[in-house]
Design a protein around this ligand. Structure first.
Ligand code: 6R9
Length: 653
């Protein structure tokens, strides 16, 4: 299936004990999902059971069928249905809760801004009218290159209102990465900002955007620039560049008729790392995506309108799209948006925000939880976190130890934790416990959600025995699934689907095991993708940037067990592998990919371990970085380098 293969090694060490933790009774009694028979209903009704998800939305025209699976693997969810995502996230809440907070924003400098649903409606409409004035029409792709400011979700919703798919590019990515994404998405409209604060410093985002514009082949018809920094940074605007504030002011009070979209029409594209160097443009369709996201926000994250809910992920990634914006706003809750880092101005920041806003549902990543643990329990312990009633985690495996710490120090020892597995491509949560129903097993994500046909299979597609490693696949379509890739049907089919005897099966790219109770444990990626800082990077993309540095001959990038990036680098014999070269490598990655991609450790070695066919043994390098046992290396072409690499790693620690 994949030549990288799977092995039985867990990413995070063994699950200490398999003891299932029952959902607290008090939680179960009030949980949104309280029907233990949901699985049976989904099994009995087939795809039709997903009507439950679609029924959480307002449709402009009812769909006729739930699923059209006539041309696999090109599935159409809720065909013939029409809806508008901004209506579902904003307008339809006005009757009942126009004065309820929709977005509560905290800026890096302690600033605050709040938007009620009525405020949100007004600004989304004004911006939608502004975008129209600038020429944006239905199906034009609008690229959004913004940090965590309220203008980002507002721009997403304004795009959705006029039927223009958005293409959000994480603000920390480089000019080069933005240029690639503008071209790949064929996008001639950009919304960005003057800059933003990185800790103390005002950082110029506009100059990165200008730089991208010079590099991109696509001409921009119009750029909208949010003034985030005020007097701290002055940027001058060209003829086709418009200040966001002036644009919104000029259209204040206007309403824009929402464009009804076919359920299968594109809501957004999101670029993510795939198995080759270039990022893939994952396309999400309006109806299926929004249904699945709304359903899981309610049933897995248990979010209701009266909650104050905080998903700490950046909106520049899929988690922020689905559970920072579309999920919470579609169910009509208050979503907290935080611009800063968790330890600025101090390590109390996250806990202070939870306390002062009485956050009831908190969703973050194991990477963040590991940092919290490192900083110490005294920070959460000195805050009143009693408002928390549910915790979530996503992005990578959580160790039982981190799971217990999270529950103890953030969840008051009581709150259920949902360990949610999903991907950019799945659009929404696919595996997780239902918090009021299913017992939790620390370190295991849990069983597939009702209606998700996830199976762990071997090379031949046969289910593996409990405890045996295999490939995580999904046997039948689900509503949040990508509708395709920007790169075309062929690439989509090749990248994700296998035609098996019993039908088409989606490959997730993850290795996994499953236990007797059907709980899945994720072993990590089986392809050349690494998960670090809760993001996905393609190893080839990082390695080719490193090899671009003068004097470097080869590079291999892996992640260690702290989720950090370790780069193994070989140099030309006449080049001194020194600190200056390390710095140059960091700079180059920052420039080519983004600062998040800078290695935490750079290890110079005389050679990289290679198979006889010349492939770099990344798995072995990963084991060495993680200080884990590794097997026999005699199959290598150059087994003698292993000892040298081990000592270089030790020196670099
Ligand atoms: C939502 C998101 C997807 C990859 C996925 C897997 C890893 C996500 C996980 C998890 C273990 C979990 N992953 N959730 N691994 N336990 N609960 O993260 O999307 O950025 O596309 O990454 O993340 O390896 O394949 P994305």
């Amino acid at each position: 299936m994949d030549d990288a293969g799977v092995d039985g090694r867990r990413r995070d060490g063994p699950v200490a004990d398999d003891e299932a933790v029952e959902p607290p009774r008090e939680f179960s009694e009030r949980a949104v999902a309280s029907d233990a028979g949901a699985d049976d209903a989904f099994a009995a009704e087939g795809p039709g059971a997903w009507r439950r998800a679609a029924d959480l939305l307002d449709w402009e025209r009812e769909y006729e069928a739930v699923l059209d699976d006539g041309d696999p693997p090109f599935y159409k969810w809720f065909p013939d249905g029409r809806l508008n995502a901004s209506v579902n996230c904003v307008d339809r809440h006005l009757d009942e809760r126009r004065n309820q907070l929709a977005i509560r924003w905290f800026g890096k400098r302690g600033e605050r801004r709040s938007y009620t649903y009525l405020d949100l409606h007004r600004e989304v409409n004004a911006l939608a009218a502004g975008l129209r004035e600038l020429g944006v029409e239905e199906d034009d792709v609008v690229t959004l290159y913004l940090p965590m400011v309220p203008e980002l979700p507002i721009a997403m919703l304004a795009c959705a209102r006029v039927g223009a798919p958005h293409n959000v590019v994480f603000a920390g990515l480089s000019a080069e990465a933005l240029a690639t994404r503008l071209d790949a998405a064929d996008s001639s409209y950009l919304v960005t900002c003057d800059g933003y604060y990185r800790r103390e410093d005002a950082f110029n985002q506009k100059s990165k955007a200008d730089n991208a514009r010079l590099r991109a082949d696509t001409d921009l018809d119009a750029t909208v620039v949010v003034d985030r920094l005020g007097d701290a940074l002055d940027v001058s605007l060209g003829d086709d560049e418009h200040g966001y504030e002036a644009l919104v002011d000029a259209h204040d009070g206007e309403t824009v008729e929402p464009v009804p979209r076919d359920a299968t029409d594109l809501l957004f594209v999101m670029y993510t790392s795939g198995t080759t160097g270039r990022p893939k443009g994952v396309e999400h369709a309006t109806g299926g995506y929004l249904s699945h996201v709304a359903w899981t926000t309610r049933n897995v994250l248990d979010v209701r309108p009266e909650d104050t809910y905080w998903c700490a992920a950046d909106i520049g990634w899929i988690t922020g799209h689905s559970y920072g914006v579309y999920g919470p706003l579609s169910v009509g809750t208050t979503t907290l948006l935080y611009e800063g880092s968790p330890d600025y101005p101090d390590r109390d920041r996250v806990w202070d925000l939870i306390e002062r806003n009485a956050v009831s549902v908190f969703y973050t990543s194991p990477t963040a939880i590991r940092s919290f643990m490192k900083w110490g329990a005294e920070y959460p312990d000195r805050h009143d976190l009693s408002s928390i009633r549910l915790l979530g985690t996503v992005g990578e495996s959580i160790t039982p130890k981190a799971w217990r710490w999270y529950r103890e120090h953030v969840g008051g020892g009581e709150a259920p934790i949902v360990d949610t597995w999903w991907q950019t491509e799945t659009g929404a949560i696919a595996l997780a416990t239902l918090p009021g129903i299913t017992p939790m097993k620390p370190g295991k994500v849990g069983p597939p959600l009702p209606g998700i046909d996830a199976r762990v299979v071997d090379e031949d597609g046969a289910p593996v025995d409990p405890g045996e490693p295999g490939y995580l696949t999904i046997g039948s379509p689900w509503p949040g699934m990508l509708r395709g890739l920007r790169e075309g049907d062929e690439r989509y089919r090749r990248e994700y689907w296998i035609e098996a005897e019993d039908g088409w099966r989606y490959r997730t790219g993850d290795g996994a095991t499953v236990d007797e109770d059907g709980y899945v444990t994720i072993l990590g990626r089986v392809d050349d993708v690494i998960n670090v800082r809760a993001q996905r990077f393609n190893t080839a993309e990082l390695e080719s940037a490193i090899v671009g540095v003068g004097g470097v001959t080869e590079a291999a990038v892996v992640s260690d067990d702290d989720g950090e990036i370790v780069a193994y680098v070989t140099t030309r014999s006449d080049v001194e592998p020194d600190e200056a070269l390390k710095a140059a490598i960091g700079e180059e990655l920052g420039r080519e990919v983004g600062d998040l991609a800078r290695p935490d450790r750079t290890v110079f070695t005389p050679d990289l371990p290679k198979t006889r066919s010349g492939k770099i043994m990344r798995r072995l390098l990963e084991d060495i970085a993680r200080d884990e046992e590794f097997g026999n290396v005699s199959a290598l072409r150059n087994p003698e380098v292993v000892g040298e690499i081990e000592s270089s790693v030790r020196e670099s620690n």
